[in-house]
Ligand binder design. Structure first.
Ligand code: 13P
Ligand code: SF4
Length: 327
């Protein structure tokens, strides 16, 4: 209801100021400006449907970083959260990178400080620090290798050391530990406030409403939820699994937009969010109006532009390069 009201008052302003009379015209104007300005719009799959529909590419964190580096355009407009835009900038230092909604951040990315990692390294100089990509560029400067949810198991397995520190997501770290039992993985409390709040009671409730329907979850969910799942994977792994599966119905244990996008992509199947609480407010911060404002020059491009000092770029990039080498 609130979204509808916001949408209609926004349309009224756009109609008055720019003569844009419908959401379709707004999307068309965005597509035209992207072409004229040679801009590549990258959207994480947790973004709302209307954002994904105007994007040149939508995917998980790892795929977005690959596309950021590959895109021929000189300007990247990222719809997602800050660490994703920082990763895009680290991989494409010569491109201009904007985060469409400059205040959109992943709360997990801020949970660990570079000082805490330095202290740990002083006490454990031989233990590599593995950072989930959901971390700030400043934190990446003191870590050894990054992982995404799709590459974490493979990269941890590939590391020569037996003991590692995995930050900041304790749930993902626990999942990796189960998949790579021969390693000793140090974990600290931390994780995604959205996935971390899902409970086995949510699974019971969803399964009573949809008996026999397979449950697909993101490894950021608590171990007790992951243990009940039929499939565990990154955002895009969940989407791929659901598309290829012969099953007709699915319970989706990750951000609610994934169930929505899957429903558009596979209209013959049925997708149910595991719980309606799986909404990431930071991923929903970006609106089509923000995209329009930035492209039309009305938005604050200085606030949206991602910049980092040369030393941060150099050190944080090492961590990402190591991820690409091992992953
Ligand atoms: P992916 O790595 O699966 O894209 O997940 C990113 C994220 O923020 C999950 O909450
Ligand atoms: Fe961060 Fe969780 Fe939102 Fe992903 S869903 S961006 S981990 S808060």
């Amino acid at each position: 209801m609130v979204m509808l009201m916001e949408q209609s008052s926004l349309m009224a302003i756009l109609a008055e100021e720019y003569g844009i009379k419908s959401p379709q015209e707004l999307a068309e104007a965005i597509r035209r400006m992207k072409r004229e300005q040679d801009v590549c719009l990258l959207a994480h799959s947790y973004e709302a449907r209307e954002i994904v529909e105007v994007a040149d590419y939508a995917g998980d964190s790892f795929q977005l970083s690959v596309m950021a580096a590959k895109a021929p355009q000189q300007t990247l407009l990222l719809c997602g959260v800050r660490f994703m835009a920082e990763t895009a900038k680290l991989l494409s230092p010569d491109k201009t990178v904007y985060l469409t909604s400059p205040t959109a951040g992943c709360p997990m990315a801020e949970q660990f400080s570079p000082e805490a990692v330095r202290r740990y390294k002083q006490e454990h100089p031989d233990v590599p620090v593995v950072a989930y990509v959901n971390t700030t560029a400043a934190l990446k400067t003191v870590c050894d290798v990054c992982v995404t949810s799709s590459s974490a198991v493979k990269i941890v397995r590939a590391l020569p050391q037996k003991r590692i520190l995995f930050i900041p997501d304790g749930n993902l770290g626990h999942y990796v530990q189960q998949m790579v039992p021969d390693k000793v993985i140090d974990l600290f409390p931390g994780g995604c406030p959205i996935h971390g709040a899902v409970t086995p009671a949510d699974v019971d409730k969803a399964r009573s409403a949809h008996p026999g329907v397979p449950l697909l979850v993101h490894p950021e969910c608590p171990p007790a939820v992951v243990a009940l799942a039929d499939f565990v994977g990154s955002t895009s792994a969940i989407m791929e699994y659901a598309k290829k599966s012969d099953a007709r119905e699915f319970l989706i244990g990750t951000e609610i937009s994934i169930a929505e996008h899957l429903q558009y992509d596979c209209p013959e199947k049925r997708f149910y969010p595991l719980t309606v609480r799986l909404i990431c407010p930071d991923m929903k911060a970006t609106t089509l109006a923000d995209v329009y404002a930035l492209l039309s020059g009305e938005g604050d491009r200085a606030a949206a532009q991602i910049t980092m000092d040369a030393e941060t770029m150099r050190l944080a990039r090492r961590c990402i390069d190591e991820m690409i080498r091992l992953g």
